[in-house]
Ligand binder design. Sequence first.
Ligand code: HEM
Length: 171
Amino acid sequence: MEMKVLQLHELLHVLAWLEGTWITDEPAMGMYPTIKPFNYYDQINITSIGQPMFNYIAQSWHPDSGIPMHRENGFLQILPGTNKVVLSLIGNIGAFTVEQGDLMSNDNNTLDLNSNNILLTDATVPTFSPLTKTRRVYKRNGDNLELIFYMATAKTPELTEHLRAKYRKVA
Ligand code: HEM
């Protein structure tokens, strides 16, 4: 028998708006004190098969050459009976991040997630300063989604902006 794709799990109903494909129309911005500012495009795919979690994939690419850049795969979960969200990701720079926080209950449109729980694999990009903390804030406004991503590293110990992107829901 083939696997059945079931309806969205009831735990995820408060975040039903998040499911789908989100794309940057305009180049997103990347920055950090240690690097030259850069632009990129990004696509986030958030899908469900009926389990109490979303499957999360974000793939970015170079705006001029189209060459694939950063990629993150993982799961987004809501803890039953709470507004607590857990985003567990492995990125292609060789770092696992467990990003936890709240779905803001005043509008259910803002997610503010922090990670102090980072595992750097032996495959971590050796030229990058080791990642120590992350914070990401997603804000939805209708079919638009804004992401601001902050990180701290061994060399830059305060949470500092690395990415700013605006997505539109296309599917
Ligand atoms: C969302 C998760 C991400 C994490 C955890 C992350 C982490 C990092 C870290 C730790 C560095 C090294 C900074 C330093 O050594 O001071 C870095 C650099 C960089 N990141 Fe990200 N990044 C992420 C997303 C992205 C995305 C989406 C892009 C764009 C496509 C991107 C593009 C870059 C570039 C171009 C550099 C500089 C590379 C170099 O100088 O060799 N990052 N990132």
